[in-house]
Write a protein that binds this ligand. Structure first.
Ligand code: COS
Length: 383
């Protein structure tokens, strides 16, 4: 890990104390209630944690992606659901505006998002366009002074509370990815219909909703980037999003590991703490090693992002390895606790349920392997 500046140390201390004193005590309730934790998100906004890498100019905290990754890990080690909310908002909605927006778009959209007053969502996935993201049906056509969008999106994180949507639509499906454009949408515009949040296995409280667009008007100044650039914007955005999810996975793994290790030190069977048994001690040793390796990949990807370079390779390696580590760690952590791991009082079953999504969203583990294999095909490939 690189040495943090004084400002960065202060920032991460703020995150840690918020997580310890406010988030951790509420995490179980957020899971049980399965309701978007609006007050918590407001508090995160007040602390500057909804605009971590947004420059001060746009009222953000002006921190690095490196710090952002550490913060998402901390948050997710207590509540993966809140980790999802912050990551989807920051990486998938704030970042593309920062990267591809005009000054006028940044001025209008970024300050309320950085303060957590306007929550962001990323409207890419559709019932028939999941892994095959270029297969969008949601379409747009030119209208007087703008565009109209029609179609249906699925599994949109934060949609029930979002004010700003990053919406992807095609003008001609036969053009595949070259027909796609990106729009900045005020989610309160007439014709936007957000459906009921899905009932999910985990990350309760982080809403995933269907969203329908019925002839929704978007003014011409809300086109993000150029027409036809939408798919590249989506992919570049997901390169960053995958760092956020990888950091979330490290946090989930860490949360599960710490609980399992603490239990193994104190739980006595056959006259000694179970950590003394090689089966348990080695299981914990493997978990620890993989968590630390995951964190290194995440931070390497974040450093690349900070340097302005393309992080595709490291983003996908980090997402793939950290997600599989989170699932494996949570599964083994439940095993360490045995029957207690299986009941809700001990929290590990929540980490087990929450871990699974990291292998699925923002590109499944299969898609990460596909991305990596595609990178390897390039003749100029070098590590
Ligand atoms: N950054 C910038 N541009 C990228 C890029 C990236 N990381 N990855 C691909 N592109 C560009 C390519 O260079 C290509 O550009 P040209 O038109 O100039 O040639 C274009 O995008 C199409 O790339 P490709 O041919 O690889 O696209 P595919 O349709 O084969 O899709 C995958 C590739 C499968 C990797 C992509 O669809 C994907 O990531 N799917 C998963 C989507 C996802 O994560 N969904 C979750 C949504 S949020 S829960």
């Amino acid at each position: 890990m690189k040495e943090l500046t004084q400002e960065e140390q202060l920032a991460i201390q703020t995150v840690r104390s918020f997580v310890k004193n406010e988030l951790a005590p509420m995490a179980k309730k957020i899971d049980e209630d399965d309701i978007f934790p609006l007050e918590t998100v407001r508090k995160l906004g007040e602390l500057g944690l909804m605009g971590m890498f947004v420059p001060n100019e746009w009222e953000g905290a002006g921190l690095s992606h490196y710090l952002y990754a550490l913060a998402i890990e901390e948050i997710s080690s207590a509540s993966a659901a809140v980790g999802t909310i912050v990551s989807a908002h920051s990486s998938l909605a704030v970042w593309p505006i920062l990267k591809f927006g005009t000054d006028a778009q940044k001025k209008r959209f970024l300050p309320p998002m950085a303060k957590g007053e306007a929550i962001g969502c990323f409207c890419l996935t559709e019932p028939e366009a999941g892994s095959d993201a270029a297969n969008l049906k949601t379409s747009y056509r030119h209208a007087s002074d703008g565009y109209t969008i029609s179609g249906a999106k699925a599994f949109i994180t934060n949609a029930s509370r979002a004010k700003t949507g990053i919406v992807f639509a095609t003008k001609d499906r036969s053009l595949r990815h070259r027909g796609i454009s990106t729009f900045l949408l005020d989610m309160e515009t007439s014709g936007v219909l957000v459906g009921k949040p899905e009932k999910k296995l985990g990350i309760h409280g982080a809403d995933s909703c269907p969203v329908d667009f019925d002839e929704v008007f978007v003014p011409k100044e809300c086109l993000l980037g150029k027409e036809g650039d939408g798919f590249r914007i989506a992919m570049a955005t997901l390169d960053g999003g995958r760092i956020g999810i990888a950091a979330q996975a490290v946090g989930i793994a860490k949360g599960a590991f710490e609980r399992a290790a603490a239990y193994a030190r104190t739980r006595t069977q056959f006259g000694k703490p179970i950590i003394e048994f090689q089966a348990i001690g080695w299981m914990l040793a493997d978990m620890l090693t993989k968590i630390e390796a995951s964190r290194m990949l995440v931070l390497r990807a974040a450093e690349l992002k900070d340097s302005g370079g393309r992080s595709t390779l490291y983003s996908s390696m980090a997402k793939l390895f950290a997600a599989e580590t989170a699932m494996e760690t949570a599964t083994k952590a439940v095993q360490v606790l045995g029957g207690y791991g299986y009941i809700k009082d001990y929290e590990l079953e929540r980490f087990f349920r929450d871990a699974k999504i990291t292998e699925i969203y923002e590109g499944s583990s299969e898609i990460q392997r596909l991305v990596l294999a595609n990178e390897l095909k390039k003749e100029d490939f070098a590590l």
